[in-house]
Design a protein around this ligand. Sequence first.
Ligand SMILES: Cc1cc2nc3c(=O)[nH]c(=O)nc-3n(C[C@H](O)[C@H](O)[C@H](O)COP(=O)(O)OP(=O)(O)OC[C@H]3O[C@@H](n4cnc5c(N)ncnc54)[C@H](O)[C@@H]3O)c2cc1C
Length: 421
Amino acid sequence: MTHYRVIILGGGPAGSLSALFLLQRRPDLAGDILILEAKRFPREKICGGGVSGRVTRRLRELGLEPEVLPRVPLRGFTVCYRDMRHRPEFGNRDCFVVRRSALDAFLLCAAAERGAEVRFTPAVGACRERRGVRVMTADGSLFRAQVLVAADGVNGRSREWFAAPHRGAKTLLLQTDAPFPEEAEDLHDSLVLDFTPPRFGIRGYVWFFPSLNDEGQRVVNAGISGGGFSSGSARRLRECFRAVLKDHPEMAGAFRAEPRFRAYPERNFSILQRFSVERVIFVGEQLGVDPFTGEGLGICADSAAAAAGCIARALEEGDFSFRGYASQLLRAPFFPLYLIGTTYWPQSLWRQPCFLFFMSTRESSAGGMNVIDYYAKVFSGLIPGEELYTLRFWRTVLRDAVGVLPEWLSTSAPTPCDRCP
Ligand SMILES: Cc1cc2nc3c(=O)[nH]c(=O)nc-3n(C[C@H](O)[C@H](O)[C@H](O)COP(=O)(O)OP(=O)(O)OC[C@H]3O[C@@H](n4cnc5c(N)ncnc54)[C@H](O)[C@@H]3O)c2cc1C
């Protein structure tokens, strides 16, 4: 039995960032933090690889320079519904697309260099004991620690082991890399997100991100979210992707051949879930992703920073209930954007295009930013998320909503029941 102060289950971004934030607060824990990772790194993780400016800011807080990674810098994103387009600018150059194998290896190496011990072996079980937690790995080793950070991602089993069930909906995504379509102008420096799938009964979106493959060549990273897990679900997602593609003739060059999709699940963040239990703290995709954009790395970074603060305090005070963790998460930068995302999806069940989306593609009647412009600037870290709680923001939203309501009522149609294109 080997003892550590902290064991981190999973060496993805949530696990590595938890170690990095903890070591920043408590350098004396070097050698006393163990990261258990099931796969050898660099390992592939199916992902869009979109990194928001808020994550870049977190990396800089840790003294890490993401500029050393091969990446595609971004200026904004383009939101689409059929032929409607709106392109909010980020207002800074802090957002980028990266290959996850490179980002995750970079973070895990940084954690190891700063004093976390990394073992590449899967944990096969864990339990709470009177004065800590115990973890067993596939090679039969046993480890003990005062705290466990559950960073084992969407397919991890830590919630099962500690009887803290998931509450957020789990959805299926399909992802592919295709040759970069040079004629797609928006794609050169922006994320393209198409919110047409709800029209076909799929509560998701299609994305086209400018990316790089392992050889460093430009590719488009594309996919569709919002699938269920019943039989035929992947087929319906593929058909919907094809239908949405018809409104993107500029992407045609990339998708002449049938895309070779890879499937992967994702889980939405939910405020109804438990964020921690005695001695165990959940981070990253054990908490979920933003339901609107599917952004998970923001939640990884914010939860890792919050968890590190709570663990450092717990080790000092000897109280491992992590009572303050939930309130810290709800005050974290990702949370205001989560609130907008959860307002969007219920509307998509009702009429298409959904009202919030329709409003987002119209100039603000107040002459300033509309709701999605605000969203983009918070996403990029240019303005703080708290701006979305101000009277100024809500006054703008209300004025825009009243202004576009008649046009929306004449343009929109009831959302069809669950069906394919
Ligand atoms: C198709 C797709 C596109 C996405 N696009 C974006 C995007 O553009 N931007 C964005 O911000 N987010 C995106 N996300 C979400 C993002 O990928 C996740 O939120 C993020 O990977 C979560 O990081 P994590 O560290 O919590 O989990 P992971 O990255 O999944 O890492 C968990 C790690 O734990 C390890 N592990 C699991 N079980 C065990 C065990 N028993 N023992 C030891 N190790 C274990 C795994 O091997 C893995 O390395 C996307 C997700 C999908 C599916």
